[in-house]
Design a protein around this ligand. Structure first.
Ligand code: FAD
Ligand code: FMN
Length: 480
């Protein structure tokens, strides 16, 4: 790749403005859109195009209008909103019409159809805003449903090819999952009044895969109960070892069946194996915040067992905490999540609840290894039985990695109190840490908790200051 072809920054070099130049802007919460943006840019660079890649949130309309061609890759978050990093962009610029009359543009919108009413809403809105400003739409917004939408990615790829890119769907998407061994699992909250939370330790078959950064995410591809798959294969007299091209990779039939909804017998009666494979419905992947560092020698996850009304287990959590045998293989893909990487070595406030402890713990581990002292943890759970990693937390409090730990157990209070109440009560100190000491804030856990915490933080430091902190990477969230 030519150094002159791929630039990351706010403006074009003076000699390279104007038509013919491609700007790839991205807005991403958990790294998926960002990764596709870079891969799309690489495909264009491979064809000799001059490409610049930049976070949408670091740009303004005038900078967008400087591009000959603008490609935006974005996800949708919250309830149809932008990822955090583009929130200031939306507030400052998207309320009014800008002038994009000189540019051609296209939008790749990542989303998930389970958010029915707001599917890809931010990407679609961005597409409309660019068109309203007079931009020439190269092609209709391409909406991608979760991580299993090859047809949409093929459309994006085809359009990139028209811009000269050399690409295939496989080259734009993350690689195949890797084989990890479920080495150990342990119930971390025995006696809890709430759901079970398990510590799950995994080791990669290939030691080279033991490599990630604090804040990254594990995508787990759940499987059916191995006994059910075996019974299906036997019942239908199939050869589980036969290889088929599946999701871009040669995969054994037994593995494909393990990762797909197993059809009822009447659904498969009389059909060929090839047709069966084509009709199988993938179980999808589930994301988990990684709770350990590669230096720990294994990947640890903190998984809440999801139990449905009929007593059956959630697919992803059930696979990790119950169905997969210890010693069994877990298909797992690492996803870099730059938006939740360590925000520097300065003072840090960590706020979270429930399994959000996973994403906070890994940052405390990171700081402990670097000898960074004085972080502040605010954490909430149902009861004292749910205080995960309590010995570690005590040790960090002892050695100064943690300067302060504020805990709240909701069930011990009437009315219930949650971590956002802790934040409000500690408002004066939080303001002091943020404004006088320049502390960064990390939030990890469920969206409801995160919304409550954000309201409390905005009341303490002010909405504008929080927005600036987001832009500067001093307010980072890993929420779900
Ligand atoms: C960034 C992030 C980090 C997370 N970190 C953690 C963590 O550290 N610990 C933790 O316990 N949980 C975490 N989660 C939640 C986790 O990913 C699962 O949602 C949770 O374990 C329940 O999943 P399940 O498969 O057990 O339940 P299920 O009920 O089987 O599935 C849960 C949800 O997955 C979606 N889904 C269903 N089918 C498909 C499909 N075919 N393809 C894709 N999605 C589908 C649906 O929205 C469904 O409601 C995180 C989520 C995100 C987004
Ligand atoms: C908390 C949360 C809220 C989401 N809200 C929406 C939504 O409103 N509409 C939608 O289409 N997708 C929604 N999604 C799905 C994401 O857009 C999708 O997972 C996307 O691939 C994430 O890309 P990113 O990693 O670049 O942020 C949401 C995902 C999460 C975890």
């Amino acid at each position: 790749m030519s150094l002159f072809s791929l630039l990351r920054g706010k403006s074009w070099p003076k000699t390279s403005r104007g038509a013919g130049k491609i700007l790839v802007a991205f807005a991403s919460q958990t790294g998926a859109a960002e990764a596709i943006a870079w891969r799309s840019a690489n495909a264009l660079i491979g064809a000799g195009r001059f490409v610049r890649v930049a976070p949408l949130g670091s740009l303004d309309p005038a900078q967008l209008a400087e591009a000959g061609t603008l490609l935006v890759v974005t996800s949708t978050y919250g309830a149809g909103e932008s990822p955090d990093s583009a929130r200031a962009f939306v507030r400052r610029h998207m309320g009014s019409r800008a002038n994009f009359s000189g540019i051609a543009f296209a939008v790749l919108a990542l989303g998930d159809r389970k958010y029915d009413a707001t599917f890809c809403q931010f990407g679609r809105g961005l597409d409309r805003w660019l068109a309203t400003g007079g931009g020439r739409r190269l092609f209709d917004v391409v909406c991608v449903d979760a991580d299993d939408d090859d047809a949409a990615m093929a459309r994006w790829c085809e359009q990139l090819s028209r811009l000269g890119a050399r690409c295939s769907v496989e080259s734009l998407m993350p690689g195949a999952p890797q084989d990890w061994v479920l080495a150990e699992r342990r119930l971390l909250n025995p006696g809890s009044a709430g759901g079970e939370s398990w510590g799950v330790a995994l080791t990669p078959k290939n030691p080279a895969h033991l490599s990630w950064t604090a804040g990254d995410i594990a995508e787990v591809w759940p499987r059916n109960d191995p006994a059910e798959v075996e019974a299906f294969i036997t019942r239908h007299e199939l050869d589980g070892a036969t290889l088929f091209k599946w999701k871009g990779h040669w995969t054994a039939l037994a593995t494909i069946l393990a990762m797909s909804r197993l059809p009822a017998d009447h659904e498969v009666a009389g059909i060929s194996v090839q047709w069966l494979v084509e009709r199988l419905e993938w179980l999808g992947s589930r994301e988990y915040s990684i709770a350990s560092l590669p230096e720990d020698g294994c990947m640890e996850l903190l998984v809440r067992k999801a139990v449905k009304d009929d007593g059956s287990l959630g697919l992803g959590s059930g696979w990790l905490v119950a169905t997969c045998p210890v010693g069994g293989i877990v298909s797992l893909r690492l996803r870099p999540n730059p938006n939740f990487h360590p925000p520097g070595d300065g003072p840090l406030i960590l706020i979270g609840a429930g399994t959000g402890m996973a994403g906070l713990r890994v940052h405390l581990k990171y700081r402990a290894r670097k000898g960074l002292k004085g972080a502040w943890l605010l954490f909430g759970e149902r009861g004292r039985a749910d205080l995960y990693y309590r010995e570690e937390l005590a040790a960090w409090q002892q050695d100064g990695t943690l300067a302060r730990t504020d805990l709240v157990f909701s069930r011990e209070h009437d009315p219930r109190r949650y971590v956002q109440h802790l934040v409000t009560e500690a408002g004066g100190d939080i303001r002091d840490w943020v404004t006088a000491r320049g502390a960064a804030i990390l939030v990890c856990g469920g969206v409801k908790m995160a919304a409550g915490v954000e309201t409390a933080l905005a009341a303490i430091v002010g909405e504008d200051a929080l927005e600036v902190m987001t832009q500067d990477g001093r307010y980072r969230r890993d929420i779900y």
